[in-house]
Ligand binder design. Sequence first.
Ligand SMILES: C[S@@+](CC[C@H](N)C(=O)[O-])C[C@H]1O[C@@H](n2cnc3c(N)ncnc32)[C@H](O)[C@@H]1O
Length: 171
Amino acid sequence: MSRLDSFIRRLLAQRACLDRAAVLVGGVPGPVVELGLGNGRTYDHLRQILPERRIYVFERAPAAHPLCTPAAGYLVVGDFAETLPGAVTRLGGPAALIHADVGSGDETANARLAAWLGPLIVPMLAEGGIITSDQRLTAEGLAPQPVPAEADKGRYYLYRRTAMARRAAAS
Ligand SMILES: C[S@@+](CC[C@H](N)C(=O)[O-])C[C@H]1O[C@@H](n2cnc3c(N)ncnc32)[C@H](O)[C@@H]1O
């Protein structure tokens, strides 16, 4: 497979998982969290498919086109390690959906980031809420969900927060 084909497949998987996630959170109240603004492509997609939701974006180096940059108050600048702890207060409550598109070309760095990011973001998510991610996440209370058929296995991930994790977090 050429690198172009691989890139296209990644984007198809990403869009399919975002669209599926938007359906899955239909009955879950709360805002949307976008981790990694990048060029603002997925932020722009999220605001089109979930126009009624507040969307908070976390990014350490915002450089997206102004039309795809969140309004003041909805863009949180800094490293996830500093901006995510306690972020639920800023959100006004737990999120219905978290999209984590945080990877780079460095697989070792991606694995390291995913290892600490999962446990950090689970407490930000409402019970029944959904995480969709470009990285495989492992954290207590995250139940993997099947990805849409058009998403190649292992390219994008979907998780639902289980009730068990919420009780564990509260204890
Ligand atoms: C793959 S890009 C996101 C692409 C974006 N979703 C889009 O569709 O245009 C990943 C982004 O995550 C950001 N990022 C990665 N690690 C981060 C960290 N530890 N803290 C804050 N931002 C981070 C990078 O700066 C980069 O902009």
